[in-house]
Structures are given as structure tokens and as C-alpha cells.
Design a protein around this ligand. Structure first.
Ligand code: LMR
Length: 326
């Protein structure tokens, strides 16, 4: 009896676990764009440690942070080509594969943190992750970062303040439309090049989470911040589907267990570090931080409404309505 794994369908049988030893381990490359001390960075390291432990050193996960190996422009291709085995891009950056991933960018959509978790752990989130299967990418988990706030070098207190400024975006037409609604320009710039773009004035501002602002040191090049919490930064942890299917069974089991534990760790850590970075940036005095009043928030919601009329179909009513109900 010959048991074929999913990879068997593609002609290759699953590898033999005994081929690997602590001296000659299976190398798994995990590439990402944030720093090693960001929640994503720390969870990637955690995953690496767990894999080493669970396989008795037969697997070595090499983590490459800060776009050292691949950045926004090439990490997806590198994954599909098998040059790297794990990446964790923000959902937004998967727009080229499925525009519905821009659900995270729909302004003021998710009520709170809980709704975000319910979305990704529920049927809609699973459907989105599964939509990458045909691209030889297996969605393993959602790792989070947090809600985004805006920063710029001019005071930002109300929608009018955004007029005429240019903001850096991660990717996609939804973010572009969001800034257009605010009367601002937008430019897609890889994460690894954003600090320099802000420093050199290529763009006037950007939107990101407290922890990314903190770990990227944007407070050195941005003077103003408004706590808008208008959109989400959530990651989709991805592996190469064919490669994964070909893993020896015991290694795949260790892989799945490690991913489950790293995910739990990442999500708890993201919440903790988000708060820590918020406190740190507020008390550093380097940026002027503006809290959004309920009335101001309503003003932003209203100004950004055109994003819904323009993109409800592209992103999908099913996802938008589903997210709104949570
Ligand atoms: C960004 O480009 O701003 C983020 O997606 C970076 C990241 O991975 O947190």
C-alpha cells in the first residue's frame, strides 16, 4: 500500500523524516519586514524555537527580519518559487491575489478588537485564507498588529487637515481612495523604505500601528499623530502549499503545533506591545498626540464614506456586512 500525500498528486512523494538530523537539519526560511522585537518578529522566533524543540533539532527555522531577505515587493514571489517557506505579509498586501483582503482597510469597519478576532477565526476569515490555495499559498493563521493611526509633519485634528498632504500606503486601491476622500495624495512605498521616504519628504505622512511607529522610529521623522483607529493591520501567515504538503508527517505535525502556539503567543503579545508602544510614544514628547473626540470621529467616518460606495463590490458585501455584524 502506497500512501500519497497531497504533494503526491503533483508527482512528488513526501520526504523521509530520517533524512534530517541536528547536524544536517531541514532549513526553513521565515522572512518578514518588521523588526525582530515587533510582535511578528518575536513570534517568528518563538516558532523557530518550538520547531527546534519539537523535532529535536531536525528542523532549523531561520528568521530574517526587517526585509533583510525579501521585502514587500518580492516576498510573495519568493514564497511561490520556494525560495522562502514562510512569510507573514499584512492582509492588504495580498490585494493582488484577492481584493477582498482589503477588508482590513475599509474605514472604521471593525467595532473593536474582539470583532477582528471573530472575523478572522470565523467562516469569512477562513474563506479568505483559503482563497490563496490556488496560488500555491497556504494561509496558516492570522497574526495581528493592531489598529492604525495617522502621523504627519503637520497637525492632524480633523479631516480638513489632511488636504494637500501626501501619505505613504502599503498597497491597494482602497487605501488610495481613503486618502483621496480626505483630499490627500497617496504613494505605495515598501515598508523597508518608508522611514527614508518620511525623512526625505517624499511623503508627508503615513498610517500605521503604535508598535510599527515605535519600532520603526517614525517619531524621529513625524511630529504629529492622531489616534484615529480607522483601519487594521493584520497579517496572514503563509507557507508554500506544495512544499508543506511534501513535509514528512512528523515534521508537519510539529510545524502545525508550533504554528498554533506561536499564533496564540503573537496575538497576546501584539495587544501588550501595542499598549507599551502607545505609552512610550505618548510620554516621549517627541510627537504631539491628538485624541479623537466622538464628534471628530463621526466627521472622519462621514468623509470616508465614498470608499464604501466605490469598493463594496470589489471587497465584497459578504465580507463587509459580515464584519460589521461582529
Ligand atoms: C506596513 O507595510 O506598514 C506593514 O504592513 C508592515 C508590517 O508588516 O507590519
Amino acid at each position: 500500500l502506497v500512501l500519497l500525500t497531497a504533494a503526491g498528486c503533483g508527482g512528488s512523494k513526501s520526504q523521509d523524516a530520517s533524512a534530517y538530523t541536528p547536524e544536517k537539519p531541514l532549513i526553513i526560511k521565515f522572512s518578514h519586514v518588521t523588526t525582530a522585537d515587533s510582535p511578528k518578529g518575536k513570534a517568528a522566533t518563538k516558532f523557530a524555537d518550538m520547531m527546534a524543540e519539537k523535532t529535536g533539532g531536525k528542523v532549523k527555522v531561520e528568521v530574517y527580519p526587517s526585509s533583510q531577505l525579501y521585502g514587500d515587493k518580492d516576498e510573495m514571489e519568493a514564497l511561490q518559487a520556494g525560495n522562502v517557506q514562510i512569510i507573514a505579509p499584512s492582509a492588504t498586501k495580498l490585494v493582488g491575489f484577492n481584493p477582498a483582503f482589503q477588508i482590513v482597510d475599509m474605514p472604521f469597519l471593525f467595532k473593536n478588537h474582539d470583532s477582528v478576532l471573530k472575523f478572522w477565526d470565523g467562516d469569512l476569515g477562513k474563506k479568505l485564507l483559503g482563497s490563496l490555495d490556488s496560488k500555491n499559498m497556504l494561509g496558516l493563521a492570522m497574526w495581528e498588529n493592531g489598529f492604525k493611526v495617522f502621523t504627519a509633519n503637520k497637525p492632524l485634528t480633523k479631516p480638513e487637515d489632511f488636504k494637500g498632504l501626501k501619505f505613504r500606503t502599503q498597497a491597494g486601491k482602497v487605501l488610495e481612495a481613503q486618502f483621496k476622500a480626505l483630499g490627500s495624495g497617496a504613494a505605495t512605498i515598501p515598508f523597508g523604505e518608508t522611514y527614508t521616504a518620511l525623512q526625505q519628504g517624499t511623503v508627508d505622512g503615513q498610517e500605521n500601528t503604535w508598535n510599527n511607529i515605535d519600532t520603526q522610529k517614525y517619531e524621529e521623522v513625524q511630529k504629529h499623530l492622531i489616534i484615529s483607529n480607522h483601519g487594521r493591520l493584520d497579517y496572514i501567515v503563509l507557507t508554500n502549499k506544495k512544499w508543506y504538503s511534501g513535509l514528512p508527517e512528523d515534521i508537519r505535525k510539529a510545524f502545525d503545533e508550533s504554528m498554533t502556539e506561536a499564533t496564540k503567543y503573537e496575538r497576546e503579545l501584539a495587544v501588550e506591545l501595542d499598549k507599551e508602544s502607545e505609552n512610550k510614544l505618548k510620554s516621549s514628547g517627541k510627537m504631539q498626540v491628538v485624541e479623537l473626540s466622538e464628534a471628530d470621529r463621526e466627521a472622519f467616518v462621514k468623509v470616508m464614506e465614498p470608499v464604501y460606495s466605490e469598493f463594496s463590490e470589489t471587497v465584497g458585501k459578504e465580507f463587509i456586512d459580515g464584519a460589521r455584524q461582529l
